[in-house]
Design a binder for this molecule. Sequence first.
Ligand code: NAG
Ligand code: NAG
Ligand code: NAG
Ligand code: NAG
Ligand code: NAG
Ligand code: NAG
Ligand code: NAG
Ligand code: NAG
Ligand code: NAG
Ligand code: NAG
Ligand code: NAG
Ligand code: NAG
Length: 484
Amino acid sequence: MQVISPHAILLALTAIYMQFATAETVLGVYIYHRHGDRTPKILGSTALTALGYDEIFARGSYYHGRYINSSSSSQIHGISPSLVRLSQLNVSAPTDNVIQNSAAGWLQGLYPPAGQTANQTLSNGTSVQPPLNGFQLIPVSTLSSGSDSESSSWLQGVTGCQNAAISSNNYFSSPPYQSLLSSTKSLYQSLSPMINATFSLSDMSFKNAYTIWDLLNVASIHNSTQEYPALQGLNTSLMNQLFELANIHEYNLAYNSSDPVRGIAGAVLAGQVLQGLNNTITSRGSGNTLTVQFGSYATALSYFGLSDLTAASSNFTGIPDYASSMVWELVTNSSISDGFPSPSDIYVRFYFNNGTSAASADLTNYPLFNQSSLLLSWSDFVSSSQKFAVTSQDQWCQQCGNAGSSCAAISSSSSAATPSTSSDSSSGGISKAVAGVIGAMVTLGVVLGLEALVMLIGGIRLTIKRANVPSTPVTEKTVAGERP
Ligand SMILES: *[C@@H]1O[C@H](CO)[C@@H](O)[C@H](O)[C@H]1NC(C)=O
Ligand SMILES: *[C@@H]1O[C@H](CO)[C@@H](O)[C@H](O)[C@H]1NC(C)=O
Ligand SMILES: *[C@@H]1O[C@H](CO)[C@@H](O)[C@H](O)[C@H]1NC(C)=O
Ligand SMILES: *[C@@H]1O[C@H](CO)[C@@H](O)[C@H](O)[C@H]1NC(C)=O
Ligand SMILES: *[C@@H]1O[C@H](CO)[C@@H](O)[C@H](O)[C@H]1NC(C)=O
Ligand SMILES: *[C@@H]1O[C@H](CO)[C@@H](O)[C@H](O)[C@H]1NC(C)=O
Ligand SMILES: *[C@@H]1O[C@H](CO)[C@@H](O)[C@H](O)[C@H]1NC(C)=O
Ligand SMILES: *[C@@H]1O[C@H](CO)[C@@H](O)[C@H](O)[C@H]1NC(C)=O
Ligand SMILES: *[C@@H]1O[C@H](CO)[C@@H](O)[C@H](O)[C@H]1NC(C)=O
Ligand SMILES: *[C@@H]1O[C@H](CO)[C@@H](O)[C@H](O)[C@H]1NC(C)=O
Ligand SMILES: *[C@@H]1O[C@H](CO)[C@@H](O)[C@H](O)[C@H]1NC(C)=O
Ligand SMILES: *[C@@H]1O[C@H](CO)[C@@H](O)[C@H](O)[C@H]1NC(C)=O
């Protein structure tokens, strides 16, 4: 009889234990990604820089390592490890040069050139390798919501939601805004030597807190003080101060707890996340399992507010950095060899990575909805998200109060609607330009008196000043004028 050594028993037991102590299986993922380093918004024709391309490619490579590489413990279940299978991916970005190019650069990292693995053999036996060492082509579909976001200085200029525009404008007449506007006046005016090529003296104020900080932030990265001596006055403490102010400005435009419609962009995103993850569950993992949406920071700020992430960390009231990303993972501990788990065995984890200002490339797990657990059951995630998520055109029309033709059609026929990611978000069928004008009119009615006049005049001047910027959407000019 053969003697079994204690060592062999130990090994066998370890193997059995390992089998039960398996890590979570990732079933599906939704990622919302910010673009990389770019040129400033205020100068128009905003473009991704070489640095930005580099940053975004590095993040794509990181996600390859986490979700695609077959040796990763977080590899998405069933996802193709080296050659992309397009049915498993859904990548989208608004029509915007910076964001579209960020998506393309990121995808180069997600599925890098596959070398000879990408070869295909023809009927006559000839093997053909795709160009650029087996480069993999992955389409990026366009989302109409958020179009031209990086060329627009203002969130609601791209959401096309009337009530959200009114709500954001209300911030400009609120006491906290007015008080900062006056207390920071001299600070902004003192920036004149650095920004007078771009801003008129009257525009050097808290009302342009973001675009001023953005111009200087881009300059601090790209412009040498040899070429721009005035920038010698730009030190870290000044930049921090301007950034704090920009954060206050942008967060308040993107979210207000007593007026949820202001966060419409985040509400639409929440609906898209529900839809994306639900697709993975209803298709039992056979449909797309990795959905990636590229966009701008303002939508992320709206979502941070709506989902109570600000309760998890006050840092969520700050503008997320270039190449930052939010990640919703569908995970399970049940054995998938028995088939796709039932929804009751599926959980959601939320992660955030702050891109270029993150201490590490890794993702940080945060609790959503002011809960204590980092793990949410799918049904809890759904019910908490549904408290604010916009999941249909109908709901969007109702909340935004838009009267455009497609909103009108829906209220009369109440037909099944697709989520409001379509061009309807620029007021149902009305062109963006017209929608912008309507938005401005509504604003004039709401923000009364002299202030409105000042805004209008300011807007006209801004328009003239930037008239040489090609293809700037009319919406942007009108909206810029709305801002006091
Ligand atoms: C996948 O991950 C392994 C282990 O980290 C690494 O050695 C390998 O190079 C990675 N493969 C690719 C294609 O990145
Ligand atoms: C096989 O077909 C391809 C494409 O039609 C052609 O370019 C190639 O020359 C053919 N090879 C041979 C050996 O005939
Ligand atoms: C891949 O295709 C290239 C030509 O396009 C050929 O030179 C190479 O031998 C092929 N490799 C394999 C493994 O088929
Ligand atoms: C919400 O907005 C209103 C006016 O728009 C303002 O008075 C209020 O302070 C804001 N609330 C918060 C929490 O910022
Ligand atoms: C901007 O300020 C600098 C320094 O104060 C000055 O030399 C320059 O003429 C100003 N430029 C404009 C366009 O006002
Ligand atoms: C930075 O350089 C660009 C040209 O590359 C220029 O248009 C811009 O005004 C400069 N920014 C500042 C703040 O000097
Ligand atoms: C930073 O710059 C501001 C304005 O130019 C100046 O008032 C302040 O003293 C500087 N701070 C430091 C630490 O150099
Ligand atoms: C792809 O994702 C976008 C954004 O989440 C969504 O609007 C669209 O419906 C999705 N497409 C498919 C085919 O699932
Ligand atoms: C998921 O999709 C199914 C089938 O389309 C639908 O019945 C269900 O309401 C969806 N659930 C959520 C949370 O969207
Ligand atoms: C905010 O971020 C900073 C730096 O990343 C970190 O040191 C700090 O602990 C964070 N604060 C909270 C409340 O999470
Ligand atoms: C991300 O980084 C920025 C600084 O660049 C900071 O203001 C913000 O609070 C950070 N966000 C989080 C959630 O850490
Ligand atoms: C899976 O099990 C580990 C270890 O017990 C636990 O930490 C984790 O939260 C579980 N995950 C899920 C999705 O249940």
